[in-house]
Write a protein that binds this ligand. Sequence first.
Ligand SMILES: Nc1ncnc2c1ncn2[C@@H]1O[C@H](COP(=O)(O)OP(=O)(O)OP(=O)(O)O)[C@@H](O)[C@H]1O
Length: 240
Amino acid sequence: MTMLEVHDVTYQYGAKRALDDVSFALDAGRFCALLGPNGAGKSTLFSLMTRLLVTRHGTITVAGHDIASDPRGALASIGVVFQQQTLDLDMTVLQNLRYFAALQGLSGKAAQKNIDAALDRLDMRERAREKARALNGGHRRRMEIARALIHDPKVLLLDEPTVGLDTASRQAITAHVHDLADTGLLVFWATHLVDEIRETDEVVVLHQGKVRAQGTAASIAGTGSLTDAFMAMTAREQAA
Ligand SMILES: Nc1ncnc2c1ncn2[C@@H]1O[C@H](COP(=O)(O)OP(=O)(O)OP(=O)(O)O)[C@@H](O)[C@H]1O
């Protein structure tokens, strides 16, 4: 079942075209990587999917809701983890989550139920009463992911979520989020790091604002490695 559909989306910053006729469709229950080098247009696409930016060129549909004509329905279906950290470091994990739940219109038992479920999904329950400031980078990220899941979205967007993390934390977060896709969520994970992607993951390769390939990592890699295929797709353009 298609959960996220991007159709012919173009976006310009003044004269600079950041996205050029971008189209792809992604199914529920998949881990999908948006793979592109710096400047490919990943953050621009995420901003359009979360309505931080708008365009009249093309359509974006989330869980059947067109983001232009039904932004409320579309945004209610999305959980987002932005590249920049957005926690209140002086609040505990639980306080941060309750605050966010309230912003989503959840309170009392309903909020607590969803908070507990989100903490369990990220293996964070035992840290609930710690101040965010006391957590290491990996656990802060997990908490942001838990927060993004509180309203039980169908699509989880993560914009380069492992930036600044050490190797062990990066691997742990990557594994946790792969597990989330197994529960039926569509995970859409922007990265320029090929080693975060598994062979069976879906991949959209974005470069200079255009989709260069879509398919499983294994099908894009062909007989070589995904790194080689990705380098070839991006280097060719740079040379041209
Ligand atoms: N506010 C802006 N004004 C003008 N150009 C911009 C603006 N934001 C981004 N761009 C340009 O649009 C293109 C796409 O940028 P974007 O940030 O979406 O790429 P990205 O793939 O997220 O890169 P990174 O991994 O470096 O964050 C780049 O050429 C960038 O320089």
